[in-house]
Design a protein around this ligand. Structure first.
Ligand code: GLY
Ligand code: MN
Length: 373
């Protein structure tokens, strides 16, 4: 935890700030380990000030403040030892608490998370602090600790188990919603959660990368695209497999082989570059897979080649044509090329990888040879 906080304190001093206000739930989990706050409502903030010496805490080693209300204070008091709790109530509004803290620590320049604060919250913050600046805290999460990598690995293992299970459920007449439900049910029965709503697409529906499952029933010779993820111990997995119900047509087979080769090219390029350099522009890897797909006569991939993953399904680094992100050791991300042809269907293959000293290690281990169910 101290390491993570020092990353924040460096950010504070590099930007010449007095403090930073953390508002996004994944970043609150990252810094406190407390994961009960809702992502849909504003239920807590962390305030981390530049100089810990200025704090007058009763607890030694206090890192900052956690502001929340009576729905969570009992649990927070028990579980979050490093932050001093400020309980928001009818006697102490959030505005008043922030105003008090600004006065107490003479906070004038505040960093905040522009991508998680609303317009109205921004207006209020501007009242209590002279200057406020947007900072990206989430980027600090892109290099993972060994503990985070092992949590993602466990989520991937359950993802692989789910894929094996779901293959047995692919039968004539089953519909997309039923398969999506079976995926969710299986994952939840193992005590985990889904990291996002599963994507299940049959036949022509698979040409929509984020197809919403329907009552569409499976018939012979159709593509079955399955994209789902597990959330275990707050950490996410994400995988996609495309299988064929009945016999794959020549066109389907060519699409599949092209996507698989595009993924291999991206992996091989990353491995060979990483032998020479310790930092690789993410957009170069995206380009290798994208160019290969285009060279085979298909349209470009209508999404990025991959994305970082951890407490959120999509986080830094982003492997896309305009990305400025750099790939480094201990980053975990997806590699997920796809070909989508409206009226025909789509193929996507997605694995998670971790970039380690000796190169990429695949975290997804489900088979990738063409499967005909
Ligand atoms: N697997 C879903 C996505 O990455 O958007
Ligand atoms: Mn993905």
């Amino acid at each position: 935890m101290q390491d993570k906080i020092s990353k924040i304190r460096n950010l504070i001093s590099n930007n010449n700030l007095n403090a930073v206000l953390i508002s996004s739930v994944p970043n609150i989990i990252y810094l406190t380990g407390f994961s009960n706050f809702s992502k849909d409502e504003r239920e807590a903030f962390l305030l981390i000030v530049a100089q810990p010496q200025g704090l007058t805490h009763k607890t030694p080693g206090v890192l900052g403040y956690i502001l929340t209300d009576g729905r969570y204070s009992e649990e927070v008091r028990k579980q979050v030892k490093d932050f001093e709790l400020i309980e928001i109530s009818s006697e102490l509004s959030l505005e008043k608490a922030l105003k008090n803290l600004a006065k107490k620590h003479n906070l004038k320049k505040l960093g905040f998370e522009g991508n998680s604060i609303s317009f109205l919250e921004h207006k209020k913050l501007s009242k209590y602090f002279n200057n406020i600046y947007h900072l990206s805290i989430s980027k600090l999460r892109s290099v993972k600790t060994p503990d985070e990598i092992s949590k993602i690995e466990k989520a991937c293992e359950l993802g692989d188990k789910t894929f094996k299970y779901i293959l047995k459920k692919i039968k004539e007449g089953v519909n997309e919603k039923e398969i999506a439900f079976e995926i969710e049910f299986f994952i939840k029965k193992q005590g985990a959660d889904i990291s996002f709503r599963p994507i299940v697409a049959f036949g022509k529906n698979s040409s929509v990368p984020h197809h919403f499952p329907t009552n569409n029933q499976l018939t012979n010779n159709q593509i079955v695209l399955l994209d789902f993820g597990v959330k275990l111990d707050n950490y996410c997995s994400d995988m996609t497999r495309t299988v064929f119900f009945g016999k794959a047509t020549n066109e389907q087979r060519k699409m599949y082989e092209t996507v698989l080769a595009a993924q291999s090219r991206a992996i091989d390029l990353l491995n060979s570059l990483f032998m020479i350099h310790d930092s690789i522009p993410a957009k170069n890897i995206d380009q290798a897979a994208r160019d290969y797909i285009i060279s085979q006569g298909y349209k470009t991939i209508p999404h990025s080649l991959g994305h970082g993953i951890g407490l959120e399904v999509h986080e830094s680094p982003h492997l896309s044509p305009l990305s400025k992100d750099i790939l480094r050791e201990n980053m975990v991300f997806s590699i997920e090329p796809g070909i989508y042809i409206p009226g025909v269907g789509g193929v996507r293959i997605e694995d998670l990888v971790v970039l380690e000293k000796n190169g990429l290690r695949l975290l997804t281990s489900s088979p990738k040879e063409l499967i005909e169910v």
